[in-house]
Design a binder for this molecule. Structure first.
Ligand code: IZC
Ligand code: ZN
Length: 423
């Protein structure tokens, strides 16, 4: 068979293969590292993978793109399973407040934080939001991310939530990076509903969520379950109704205060619970029983600067599957750089480089319902591949803060070459 792309000679090839479910506990550090690895691609699919001599049936022709990955490491494209991609404006003015000791929730309660991004997002046109989000997606792709989840939640009314979801939908169709959309109308109570939270929740449940679902604009529904934002009971109500409407569910759980969001995720059998800095032992246990994936976001801890990180080791030792993601957003984590997050996961949460690779590939894919199609290098899976200019997997988090990507192949096409976009 004449293939379209042949990558050969990889110093190390991390397949992350061999597990149809999210990897949990010890399975997270199990990985298949092939030396002298090769990957063959036809169309948008992987058609062969191995080490050493390439079998005769894999043939190259004039049109085959041949890539010598000598001295480099080849991995599945990174899956960033938690982002707030589409938003207007930025919040650099909050940095000074933070340095003065004003907390994230205090800034929000003063009408800043998420609410300031809501004002900027409402004021932006669809085209402006598209251009800004596209720029971020390009950055993500340059850092090796080939699929992301993107949450709405800066419109907080019918018109502006739909506007943001349409931007994500258009980008999913026009940009190489694939986007899985999450509806997050319960991100904050907007100013016009101040002191009328129940009415806002009912409006979301009765009008916005059914319409978004009918329009096919989101697969998941998420809630910011946090002190002063949405309570456990609010979250249970919204997510229960979301499930009835056919959404898969996620929850921002125990990010700042230990409210019991992890326990709720277990009770509702959410696909994932995210953040979990303040998750309790019983929450971890309930998540395990409910087969919930822990999506941890160490960049947010780093940027909130309070020194608290999720207990990744306890979660892995308890047998939970862990994914890690950027949480890219304009407030608590303004970075698209998944490789920096990998370093923070190692250094601050004591995850091993092997666990971290699992967390940004196959477990990230499962956290957004794409585990069968992406997240590992296996025959039949989508040809989303990154080639990093590093000698082995351990080197990625070790040499931190820079971009190790040399090439990215997305849907079988070379889209980043020599750290430049070529799509
Ligand atoms: O804009 O602050 N935590 N939502 C929940 C965020 C952080 C994003 C933001
Ligand atoms: Zn978030």
């Amino acid at each position: 068979m004449e293939v379209d792309v042949l990558i050969r000679n990889a110093a190390q090839l991390a397949t992350c293969a061999g597990c149809s479910k999210p990897r949990r506990g010890k399975e997270m550090s199990y990985d298949v590292f092939l030396e002298d690895g090769w990957v063959a691609i036809s169309g948008d699919r992987i058609v062969g993978i191995g080490k050493g001599t390439i079998p005769r049936e894999i043939q190259t022709g004039e049109d085959t793109v041949e890539i010598d990955a000598g001295g480099k490491t080849v991995l599945p494209g990174f899956v960033d399973s938690h982002t707030h991609l589409v938003h207007g404006g930025s919040r650099e003015m909050e940095l000074a407040l933070k340095l003065e000791g004003v907390s994230y929730l205090e800034i929000l309660s003063r009408g800043g934080g998420i609410l300031s991004t809501v004002r900027a997002t409402r004021a932006a046109t669809e085209e402006q939001l598209y251009d800004k989000a596209k720029k971020s997606l390009d950055t993500m792709l340059l850092f090796g991310t080939t699929t992301i989840e993107a949450k709405s939640g800066y419109g907080l009314n019918m018109e502006d939530e739909l506007k943001c979801l349409r931007v994500a939908d258009k980008l999913n169709k026009s940009h190489p990076v694939d986007i899985v959309s999450t509806f997050m109308g319960a991100h904050a109570v907007p100013e016009e509903y101040k002191n009328r939270k129940e009415e806002y929740i009912d409006f979301m449940i009765e009008e916005v969520m059914p319409r978004v679902k009918r329009m096919g604009l989101a697969e998941y529904c998420d809630v910011f379950c946090e002190k002063g934002v949405f309570s456990i009971d609010d979250s249970r109500k919204i997510l229960t109704r979301a499930k009835e409407m056919g959404y898969h569910i996620k929850i921002h759980a125990d990010e700042i205060e230990p409210l019991g969001g992890a326990e709720l995720a277990g009770e509702l059998k959410a696909v994932s619970a995210e953040h979990l800095l303040a998750a309790s032992d019983s929450g971890i246990q309930r998540m395990k029983e409910g087969k919930v994936i822990a999506v941890l976001l160490p960049g947010t801890s780093f940027n909130l600067n309070h020194g608290k990180y999720a207990r990744a080791r306890d979660m892995i030792e308890a047998g939970l599957p862990v994914a890690i993601a950027t949480d890219y957003n304009p407030g608590s984590c303004p970075t698209e750089n998944i490789q920096l997050i990998m370093s923070l996961a190692c250094l601050k949460m004591r995850m091993t480089p092997e666990e971290v690779v699992t967390a940004v590939t196959i477990n990230g894919a499962h956290a957004i319902g794409r585990g069968k199609d992406i997240g590992s290098l296996e025959v039949g899976k989508k040809a989303d591949v990154v080639i990093l200019d590093v000698p082995n997997v351990q080197y990625i988090p070790y040499h931190f803060g820079i971009n190790h990507v040399d090439k990215v192949i997305k849907n079988g096409k070379l889209v980043v070459d020599g750290q430049r976009l070529v799509y």
